[in-house]
Design a binder for this molecule. Structure first.
Ligand code: NDP
Length: 488
C-alpha cells in the first residue's frame, strides 16, 4: 500500500495472496488494509490537497504526462505483470497498458483546456465569471478486468484537475494496480497526492466510501456494488461517477459482410475471456443469415487459441478466479437447461496445463431467446448467445430489452439501418461496423440505465472532477440601488 509517499504494510500486518489465474499458483503477497489504513490515506490526501490545488495545472499535468510516457517506455514489463495478475493474453495486455499510457497523455493535455466562462454582467462595471476548483479528494475504486487502463482513467484526470486521490484497486488486480502508483512515484509526484490502499471491498472500499472527507467517488464495477455505493453517497450529496455492468448487443443485419462481422464478434465476445463491461454477450442476427453466421461464429470460437497469456500465440486466457470460472460454468448449465443450443465450447479443459488454471472454453449458444437467463444476466465470462431476429427493428427492440445500456454495435452497409441503431438503441455507445469494444480516450465513455451514469474520458471528464464557482466582481466602488442606505 502507498500512503503519504511511503510503501507500507497494513497496520494489522495482515496480507492476502495474489494468484496467477493461468496456473492457480500464488505469485505475490498483498497487504490487507483496514479502516485505520484508509483513514491514514485520506488524511494524507487531505494534507497534500492545498499545495497540489495551488500548483499550476500545467505543472500538475507534467507529472501525468511523464507517467504516461514512462508507462510507454516500460510497456512490456508492465504488460507481463498484467498477464500474471489477471490472466489476459500478452498482446491484449500490451494494448490495455498502452491505453493507460494514452489516457495519461491525453489528460495531461486537458490541463490547458480547462476552460471556464465569462458571463456578460447585467450591471455596469461588474465582471461575472466562473472558475473551476477541484472537488478535493477523489476515491477511485476499480475492478480487475482492465486494471491498468481503468485505474488511469480515474487517477489521471483527478490529478490534472487538482484533486488528490485515494485509490482502492480490486483485490484480484492489486499487483498490477500498484504498477501505476510506482510510475507516479518514479516521476516524483509529491507525497500524499496519490495514495493506494489494498484490501477487500467490504472493509477498505466501505471505509473509503464512508469517509466524509472524500468529495467524489469514481467507481467502476458491478451494478449491484454501484447501487450500494450510490446509497451511501446520497445522504452526503457526494458527487459520483458510476461505470457499471453491461449486457451488450451486437446486431448483424442481413446485408452485413459476414466474415468481417464474425471476426469482430469473436473479439468482442472473447477478448479478456469475455470479462469486459463492453463485451458482446448477445449477438442478434437477422434471420436471413443467422444459420450461416452461427456456423462461422461457432467454428471461429472453437479455433481460438486458449492458454497461458504469456505465450504470444494465445488469444484467450483464463478467467480471473476460481469463482468466476464457477459462475461461467453455472451459466453454461443454465443455457442448456433453458433450451439454448450449444454450438461450441461449454466446459473446462482436461489437459494438465489448463486444468490447473481457471480456463473456460469459449462457449457459443444458438437459438437463444431474450428471456433466457444467459441473455439477461451479465455473465462476465467467455459465454455468448446468438439471438435470431426477424428484422433490424426487432433486433433493436431485443437489444433494448435489458436493464443495462452500456455499449452496442451494428454490422450493416445500409445507412438507414445504421441510423436506426444510432437513434434507437438505449446505450451510452453504439459502434457501427465495429464490435462493442474499443473506446477512444478523446471520446466520452459510459452507460445509461443500470450501466451507470456520468462519463469518463473525453473533455466531459473534467466536469466530474471540478466544481464551477461563480464569481461576481463589482469594480464601480459605488452603492448599487439595492443597498441599504446608511442611517444618518
Ligand atoms: P465489483 O463490483 O465486485 O468490484 C469493483 C470494486 O469495488 C473492487 O475494487 C471491489 O473490491 C470494490 N468493492 C466491492 N464491494 C465494495 C463496497 N461495499 N464498497 C466499496 N467498494 C467495494 O466488480 P468486479 O471487480 O467483479 O468487476 C466486474 C464488474 O465491473 C462487471 O460488472 C463489469 O461490467 C464492471 N465494469 C464496468 C466498466 C464500465 O466502465 N462500465 C468497465 C469494467 C468493468 P474487491 O475487489 O476487494 O472486492
Amino acid at each position: 500500500m502507498y500512503i503519504d509517499g511511503e510503501w507500507v504494510r497494513s497496520s494489522s500486518g495482515q496480507e492476502f495472496g495474489a494468484v496467477n489465474p493461468a496456473t492457480g499458483e500464488e505469485f505475490d503477497r498483498v497487504p490487507k488494509g483496514n479502516d485505520e489504513d484508509v483513514k491514514a490515506a485520506v488524511d494524507a490526501a487531505a494534507t497534500a490537497q492545498k499545495a497540489w490545488r495551488d500548483t499550476p495545472a500545467a505543472q500538475r499535468a507534467d507529472y501525468v504526462l511523464k507517467a504516461g510516457l514512462l508507462i510507454r517506455e516500460t510497456l512490456d514489463a508492465v504488460a507481463k505483470v498484467d498477464v500474471i495478475n489477471v490472466g489476459k493474453p500478452i498482446k491484449e495486455a500490451r494494448r490495455e497498458v498502452g491505453n493507460a499510457a494514452t489516457a495519461a497523455i491525453y489528460f495531461s493535455g486537458l490541463a490547458r483546456r480547462m476552460y471556464s466562462n465569462v458571463v456578460d454582467s447585467e450591471q455596469p462595471k461588474k465582471f461575472t465569471m466562473t472558475v473551476r476548483r477541484p472537488v478535493g479528494i477523489v476515491g477511485v475504486i476499480t475492478p480487475w478486468n482492465d486494471p491498468a487502463s481503468l485505474g488511469m482513467w480515474g487517477i489521471a484526470p483527478a490529478l490534472v484537475t487538482g484533486n488528490t486521490v485515494v485509490f482502492k484497486p480490486a483485490s484480484n488486480s492489486a499487483v498490477i494496480s500498484a504498477e501505476l502508483v510506482k510510475v507516479y512515484e518514479k516521476v516524483g509526484l509529491p507525497k500524499g497526492v496519490l495514495n493506494m490502499v489494498t484490501g477487500g471491498g467490504g472493509e477498505v472500499g466501505e471505509a473509503l466510501i464512508r469517509n466524509r472527507k472524500v468529495g467524489l467517488t469514481v467507481f467502476t464495477g458491478e451494478s449491484s456494488t454501484g447501487r450500494h455505493i450510490a446509497e451511501v453517497n446520497a445522504p452526503m450529496f457526494r458527487k459520483q461517477v458510476m461505470e457499471l455492468g453491461g449486457k451488450n448487443a451486437l446486431i448483424v443485419a442481413d446485408d452485413a459482410e459476414i466474415s468481417v462481422a464474425v471476426h469482430a464478434a469473436l473479439y468482442a465476445s472473447f477478448s479478456s475471456a469475455g470479462q469486459k463491461c463492453t463485451a458482446a454477450s448477445r449477438i442478434i442476427v437477422e434471420k436471413g443469415i443467422v444459420d450461416k453466421f452461427s456456423r462461422a461464429f461457432a467454428e471461429g470460437a472453437s479455433k481460438l487459441v486458449v492458454g497461458n497469456g504469456l505465450r504470444e500465440d494465445v488469444e484467450v486466457g483464463p478467467v480471473v478466479s476460481r469463482s468466476q470460472q464457477k459462475k461461467s460454468l453455472e451459466y453454461i448449465e443454465s443455457g442448456t437447461l433453458d433450451g439454448a443450443v450449444l454450438l461450441s465450447g461449454g466446459g473446462v479443459y482436461e489437459d494438465p496445463e489448463r486444468k490447473r488454471g481457471y480456463f473456460v472454453k469459449p462457449t457459443v449458444f444458438g437459438s437463444v431467446t431474450n428471456d433466457m437467463k444467459i441473455a439477461r444476466d451479465e455473465i462476465f465470462g467467455p459465454v455468448t448467445s446468438i439471438i435470431p431476429a426477424k428484422s433490424v427493428d426487432e433486433a433493436i427492440e431485443i437489444a433494448n430489452d435489458t436493464e443495462y445500456g452500456l455499449s452496442s454495435a451494428i454490422y450493416t452497409k445500409d445507412i438507414g439501418n445504421m441510423f436506426k441503431a444510432i437513434n434507437g438503441i438505449d446505450a451510452g455507445m453504439t459502434f457501427v461496423n465495429q464490435g462493442t469494444v474499443g473506446p477512444e480516450v478523446g471520446a466520452p465513455f459510459g452507460g445509461v440505465k443500470s450501466s451507470g451514469f456520468g462519463r469518463e474520458l473525453g473533455d466531459e471528464a473534467i466536469e466530474h472532477f471540478t466544481e464551477k464557482k461563480t464569481v461576481f466582481i463589482d469594480y464601480s466602488y459605488s452603492d448599487r440601488p439595492w443597498y441599504f442606505t446608511p442611517s444618518s
